[in-house]
Design a protein around this ligand. Structure first.
Ligand code: NAD
Length: 369
């Protein structure tokens, strides 16, 4: 694993505006001073696989964060977290007494890693308790809930970020930089798909109420978000179709697969798919001067990238560590969370996801946004 100063100087390198392949710029960077101020206290809500195996690991050794609280409905999970982080009994909550988190002065931020439809309820409760919030993606299961989350955080004067880890990850950041600098000309075509073969038929991801949808909500959202950060525009229209159901035991409540066709105001076309029946993960964008492609693109990797100029030689990182080290200063700052990982960004994605479902339910009808 890279040291913090390596990571910081690398992130600065990406922002330095230089372009050369291989992409680790030779421009020497003055390392930022190590943060030695008071750490932010964070409470994880929902100690499932993402909180435990990813975010919890990404927070280890953090300059900015200390896990000072947990919220869980499973008492057997408590001892390991208490031991690892030195969490006090007073900061161990369950879903019934969650509101008492307002009294925990050493919890600044609440990170919600619950099934999708529960994000809104716990974000709003956390905001009312005066805590800043990071909600996992998709931020909600409908636009109204997503907007209510933003409103609740605004009204409470707390910050809301969405766990869009790709915004802190080197390959995706480089893709954004290429697009912004028009290295391959102005991007006019995007193709992106993300899917995997889902296992346990009883898991919440296949429950319509808890998941709010199938692969689109779970992983297709990465393709949508990437198309937006590459084009830096909002779509004008969406048309989409569900794929066939080949496994009715699993896909009674959520789609098995979905394909979409999206147009942006500058006529950029974006074609994509998401599936719970096949392992696929790629992002391709091209313009008049060339192309860029990642595959894998959004999962924990190792990510790989190619462009018409050559390979993307970038570090393979622990995404959640980069995300949390990137988000630390955003929560310490007095400024609002920057747009790219804010609640408003989540709302924009949610509107597109819902338009995809509306179109697919209506046999591919074009939806104007
Ligand atoms: P998980 O099933 O492993 O964990 C969910 C947790 O919620 C469990 O601890 C479970 O006990 C708890 N829970 C509370 N009430 C529940 C209920 N009514 N039904 C089911 N579980 C309940 O799921 P996960 O993979 O950790 O996903 C959690 C969230 O994190 C989801 O929103 C998912 O989209 C998101 N996620 C994000 C990424 C990413 O890369 N950003 C990756 C995986 C998951």
């Amino acid at each position: 694993m890279k040291s913090n100063s390596d990571r910081r100087s690398f992130l600065k390198t990406l922002g330095a505006g230089s372009f050369a392949l291989p992409l680790i710029s030779a421009i020497p960077q003055k390392p930022k001073e190590k943060y030695t101020g008071k750490k932010l206290g964070i409470a994880l809500v929902g100690l499932g696989s993402y909180a435990t195996q990813r975010i919890g690991v990404g927070l280890e050794g953090s300059e900015y964060w200390n896990v000072t609280g947990i919220v869980t409905g499973t008492p057997s999970k408590i001892p390991a977290w208490k031991e690892k982080w030195g969490i006090q009994d007073k900061n161990v909550f369950n879903y019934e007494n969650f509101h008492k988190i307002k009294d925990a002065k050493d919890i600044d931020v609440v990170y919600i890693c619950l099934p999708n439809s529960m994000h809104a309820e716990y974000t709003i409760k956390a905001a009312k308790a005066g805590k800043h919030v990071i909600s996992e993606k998709p931020m909600a299961t409908n636009v109204a809930d997503a907007e209510a989350m933003v409103k609740a955080c605004d009204e409470a004067g707390v910050k809301l970020a969405i766990g869009y880890r790709c915004h802190f990850e080197p390959f995706n950041m480089q893709i954004m930089k290429y697009a912004k600098e028009e290295t391959f000309g102005h991007i006019n075509f995007i193709e992106s798909s993300f899917g995997f073969r889902i296992g346990d038929p009883k898991q919440w991801r296949l429950n319509g109420k808890l998941a709010g949808g199938g692969p689109l909500m779970d992983v297709g959202i990465y393709c949508i978000n990437a198309a937006r950060y590459v084009t830096n525009q909002e779509p004008v229209s969406v048309s989409a179709n569900f794929g066939p159901i080949t496994d009715p035991d699993r896909f009674g409540e959520v789609e098995e697969s979905v394909t979409w066709h999206i147009e942006f105001p500058d006529k950029t076309l974006f074609h994509g798919a998401s599936s719970y029946k096949t392992n696929i993960e790629k992002f391709h964008a091209s313009g008049p001067k060339g192309w860029m492609e990642t595959s894998p693109s959004f999962s924990y990797g190792p990510l790989k990238g190619q462009t018409s100029l050559g390979p993307m030689n970038l570090p393979i990182v622990q995404h959640q560590q980069y995300q949390m080290e990137g988000m630390g200063p955003l929560f310490l700052s007095k400024d609002p969370i920057p747009d790219h990982c804010s609640g408003l960004e989540g709302v924009k994605d949610m509107k597109i996801l819902m338009a995809i479902y509306e179109s697919a339910r209506n046999g591919g009808k074009k939806i104007w946004l």
